[in-house]
Ligand binder design. Structure first.
Ligand code: HEM
Ligand SMILES: *[C@@H]1O[C@H](CO)[C@@H](O)[C@H](O)[C@H]1NC(C)=O
Ligand SMILES: *[C@@H]1O[C@H](CO)[C@@H](O)[C@H](O)[C@H]1NC(C)=O
Ligand SMILES: *[C@@H]1O[C@H](CO)[C@@H](O)[C@H](O)[C@H]1NC(C)=O
Length: 506
């Protein structure tokens, strides 16, 4: 998903020397690239089939209507593997079981390099991965593992619940909202809470500013900003400004903490105590925030939408959380009833992780059906074969998750939300919602805990359902739009979540 990319792109963005761009040079190089792409290619017998038509015509649909474009490519070539050009880059799209297995396990296929060119949420100026950067990224990953150790994750739970309570209270006793605004906002808040520091996460105005800046990075992604990131288009300049402002906000928080000399119990403190250089700290917060908030926000927005449209699953989730409360939360003896947030906080991490089969299957089904990810790699060499087709060194290889997650052989009636469906057995990588093989999501533990806590608060604190634009109960439920590579979001205003507080005090 475009978010996972963030980490690497973000690190690259500010780990590289600076943002200087030279307009004249840019124009000349741009023209040179346009010219070289039209140079004719000689394809050997074992080269994947090429898309018909002028290669420049592939650029816009690849970014704007990716799901349709890739399906069209398989159809137009009649092959399970095809290639096309993105300017001077060869991109090979693969599908099918054996290709998938190879894709996720082949040694030379590199995620960082693949995302760098093909995603581009954050502007990059210099595109060379140095050893130093690789080491810094590895360090950031190590710190992310620390945040998810039992003790740290346990300490985060009450904070996540508190944030959820505060934001859910602001929704009032009833109303309607677009989950891609409100649920997304909530996830953004708790992800900032989990990955940064109290100075930022206790300041709603600052959090909201950051969200706006991250949205600028997302929506400002145009084909040009990805393919020719050094080219100073207006979109790119806006993104550079946004990146710089995010950078300044994070650095200011670090400086304030260091100056105050007062330790806080949060992720920033962990990073500072570990003695990391400032670039690692900034890279951690900036990069993981974009990786974490977007993926988790999309999943949570869809999760609430899907269970809103499937009341039987909503009810099962509520029953599951109630039974956890019954086992772990001591009934309030005083006259003042305990808040839902504080009762949920007494459920131990282990229970959230291993005693929630219903929530687990809802999360799994949501990530199957509404996560429009296209995994991207670059072949760092040597050349390799996938399904007897050659993948040259330096080529980009991509695998659309729709190939497996929407395959009717593995998932009959694939668009149907059915957390009770049977998991495919004896199929390698039959579900890759959290990655597979060499690349597994490094934030899975945090993301799942966030999703479970927010869902628990929502299903017990509210009841909700899906309505259409006119406010009537919707007869057709929203369908994930895989052409939207960020949120899988259906047309704006095509539906809302209608909600009503229950009697349970948040
Ligand atoms: C619902 C939420 C999330 C989902 C569904 C998700 C899914 C994924 C998937 C499928 C990949 C592999 C991508 C590929 O193979 O191309 C991945 C990688 C990654 N994810 Fe997540 N993710 C989520 C949340 C998070 C969070 C919260 C963080 C960090 C705090 C995170 C950090 C990462 C990182 C760093 C990688 C790259 C791993 C590498 O370089 O090998 N993710 N994620
Ligand atoms: C601070 O965080 C650590 C885990 O990182 C936890 O073990 C400890 O109990 C926390 N202390 C307080 C006062 O919350
Ligand atoms: C951490 O929590 C997991 C489950 O939540 C448990 O299986 C594991 O044993 C715990 N590790 C330690 C060191 O307590
Ligand atoms: C909440 O539940 C009540 C009773 O079951 C129902 O009358 C009401 O319409 C529901 N509200 C929403 C927003 O679904």
């Amino acid at each position: 998903m475009p978010y996972t990319i963030g980490l690497h792109a973000a690190s690259t963005a500010f780990l590289s020397a600076g943002f200087a761009t030279q307009f004249t040079v840019a124009v000349i190089v741009f023209l040179a690239i346009i010219l070289t792409t039209s140079a004719f290619q000689k394809d050997g017998v074992d080269a994947p089939a090429s898309l018909p038509g002028n290669s420049l015509l592939a650029i816009t649909p690849f970014f704007r209507r990716r799901y349709d474009f890739l399906n069209w490519g398989f159809h137009a070539t009649g092959q399970s593997i095809f290639q096309f050009q993105l300017l001077r880059n060869t991109v090979i799209v693969v599908s099918g079981e054996s290709a998938r297995e190879k894709f996720f396990t082949a040694k030379g296929l590199d995620l960082t390099e693949g995302f760098k060119i093909l995603s581009g949420a954050i502007p990059m100026v210099r595109g060379v991965t140095s050893d130093l950067q690789v080491r810094r990224i590895a360090m950031i990953h190590r710190r992310l593992a620390s945040v998810q150790k039992n003790a740290s994750l346990t300490a985060l739970i009450p904070h996540i619940l508190d944030d959820s309570r505060r934001i859910m209270e602001s929704w009032g006793t009833n109303g309607r909202f677009d989950p891609f605004d409100k649920i997304y906002e909530l996830i953004f808040q708790i992800t900032i809470r989990s990955l940064s520091c109290t100075e930022i996460s206790d300041d709603p105005a600052l959090v909201s500013r950051l969200k706006t800046l991250y949205d600028t990075l997302d929506t400002g992604t145009t084909p040009a900003t990805v393919l020719v990131p050094w080219f100073p288009t207006p979109a790119m300049i806006k993104k550079l400004w946004a990146t710089k402002e995010i950078y300044d906000i994070v650095v200011k928080a670090i400086d304030a903490r260091e100056k105050s000399g007062i330790a806080q119990n949060d992720t920033l403190q962990m990073l500072l105590d570990a003695g990391d250089e400032k670039l690692i700290v900034v890279g951690f917060i900036m990069g993981l925030l974009i990786a974490g908030a977007r993926a988790t926000g999309t999943t949570a927005s869809w999760l609430m939408t899907l269970i809103g449209g499937h009341p039987e699953w909503r009810a099962k989730a509520a029953v599951e959380v109630e039974s956890l409360l019954a086992s772990y939360s001591s009934p309030s003896s005083s006259s003042a009833p305990h808040s839902l947030a504080s009762r949920l906080a007494s459920i131990p991490l282990e229970a959230w992780e291993s005693e929630t089969p219903v929530l687990d299957s809802i999360i799994r089904e949501t990530t199957r059906i509404a996560q429009p990810h296209t995994a991207m790699r670059r072949n760092l060499g040597p050349e390799l074969y996938i399904n007897n087709k050659i993948i040259p060194t330096g080529a980009y290889v991509i695998y659309p998750f729709s190939d497996v997650h929407l395959d009717p052989e593995l998932y009959p009636d694939p668009w149907k939300f059915d957390p009770g469906r049977k998991e495919p057995v004896n199929t390698p990588f039959g579900y890759v919602g959290w990655g597979g093989g060499k690349t597994l999501c490094l934030g899975t533990r945090l993301a799942k805990v966030e999703l479970k806590l927010v869902t628990a608060m929502f299903v017990l604190g509210f009841n909700h359902s899906i309505i259409d634009q006119a406010g009537k109960p919707s007869d057709t439920l929203p369908v994930p739009n895989w052409n939207d590579i960020l949120l899988c979001r259906p047309p704006k205003d095509s539906f809302y979540i209608k909600y009503e507080r229950t009697r349970v005090p948040l």
